[in-house]
Design a protein around this ligand. Structure first.
Ligand code: IZC
Ligand code: ZN
Length: 408
């Protein structure tokens, strides 16, 4: 057993918004004791080692919304964005998601995997220890399964744990152009049962947006997924108000994500149904949008709020969750404690892992990060740099002094 002690530990325990001058014990990858300093003598006696950590300790960060596995990149869209073209205009011109679908279909298994692995290392260096990963750039059975298999392999080979989501309803593929109903039927009757049989996804997600999938179409996809026993997520009210949050609540989704254009009723419905809001302020920033999801209002209304990167090649090409944390502070006016909770325990709720990760509490996995920051305010205040100096996953040191140290 090793005891770690630090002047500032943000445990993320429900209801505790300040850090403690304390300690925690780690044994076989799990947390077995937590408390305020001084360390009790009987615990001290049992420890092999007592390590003093400098800075501020937090639970490992959990990125609850990414599109990790994909081919290519879309910097060719930057000039269009700069000249004022919107996300949907670029999509309709054959760019956007479907251009990444083309690159992903053309990529080999090894190529896709190597690219995703590099991104996972970048995430880890920035403090992320668990990642939700959506498919949705293959759309046909073979490419969707290939991407989800890559997730499974990476989950076994990389320290970051992956939570896989099937997102066939991300866009309608060219082979079903003018036949969206046929594509929905194909997902429900062919692709989802195969993914379920192979155990390749925990969640099913859909892009409910004007011009992508309507509320009725999304409901069919989600109902099909529910009937097969998948948990649900939803890309809701990202660009225009569309009753996405209301649908997420009605369907009993675990989370609704984006929510820049959420309605008052949608917020109330989410609070009542216990749907976690996963907000993605780095996306507003990257879409050059002045609109950020009403995070403070959601918290006031009793919605559990998480923050994620939305890492993807089109609307948020960053693996760094700290980017979302800064944007949450400076654009949404969340407090450092609200922000840290949103990337730890609340993010764990968004992927149904709240009993396993997300806080420094007895019985939880020993996933924690050390920020080179003298208090929790300083983590968010010192912006534009990577403040994470050490990362521990299941008790193992995987990043030390800002460098990867896990054995490849
Ligand atoms: O590739 O544009 N919003 N899906 C929904 C995305 C953004 C990813 C993309
Ligand atoms: Zn997304």
């Amino acid at each position: 057993m090793i005891i770690y002690s630090c002047k500032n530990i943000f445990t993320a325990k429900e209801g505790v918004d300040t850090s403690i001058d304390g300690y925690f014990a780690v044994e076989n990858g799990a947390i077995t004791a937590v408390g305020e300093n001084p360390i009790p003598a009987d615990l001290k006696e049992k420890a092999e080692k007592i390590e003093r950590l400098e800075g501020t300790v937090c639970p490992g960060l959990l990125d609850a919304h990414t599109h990790l596995v994909h081919g290519g990149s879309r910097e060719n869209e930057l000039q269009m964005k700069l000249s004022g073209k919107s996300y949907i205009e670029i999509h309709n011109a054959g760019g956007g998601i479907n251009s990444t679908v083309r690159s992903t279909r053309e990529s080999s298994h090894a190529g896709l995997k190597a690219k995703a692995l590099k991104s996972l290392d970048t995430m880890l260096i920035h403090g992320t220890t668990t990642v939700e990963s959506k498919s949705g750039y293959g759309l046909d059975m073979d490419t969707e399964i290939k991407c989800l298999e890559i997730n499974k392999e990476l989950n076994a080979e990389h320290p970051i744990e992956l939570v896989p989501t099937y997102m066939g309803a991300h866009s309608t593929p060219p082979e079903f152009k003018n036949n969206k109903d046929g594509y929905i039927q194909y997902m429900i009757e062919e692709v989802m049962p195969e993914i379920k049989k192979r155990g390749l996804a925990d969640f099913v997600d859909a892009f409910c947006e004007d011009g992508i999938f309507s509320v009725e179409e999304t409901e069919r996809v989600l109902q099909g997924a529910k009937n097969l026993g998948f948990d649900l997520k939803l890309h809701a009210d990202e660009i225009v108000p569309f009753n996405g949050a209301e649908l997420a609540a009605k369907m009993g989704a675990v989370s609704a994500e984006h929510l820049m254009a959420v309605s008052e009723q949608g917020i109330k419905d989410m609070a009542k149904a216990g749907v976690t809001a996963v907000l993605l302020p780095a996306t507003s920033f990257f879409l050059m949008s002045p609109i950020y999801a009403p995070a403070k209002k959601m918290i006031e209304e009793g919605v559990r709020v998480a923050l994620a990167t939305d890492y993807n090649p089109g609307s948020s090409p960053t693996e760094n969750l700290q980017m979302s944390m800064w944007a949450a502070c400076f654009k949404m006016k969340l407090t450092p404690a609200q922000i840290l909770r949103a990337v730890t325990l609340n993010a764990a709720y968004a992927v149904k892992k709240e009993k396993i990760v997300g806080s420094i509490e007895v019985g939880k996995q020993a996933d924690f990060v050390v920020f080179d920051a003298k208090n929790i305010e300083h983590i968010v205040y010192h912006f534009g740099v990577n403040s994470v100096s050490k990362v521990f996953k299941k008790g193992e040191l995987v990043v030390d002094n800002r460098r990867i140290v896990y054995k490849k």
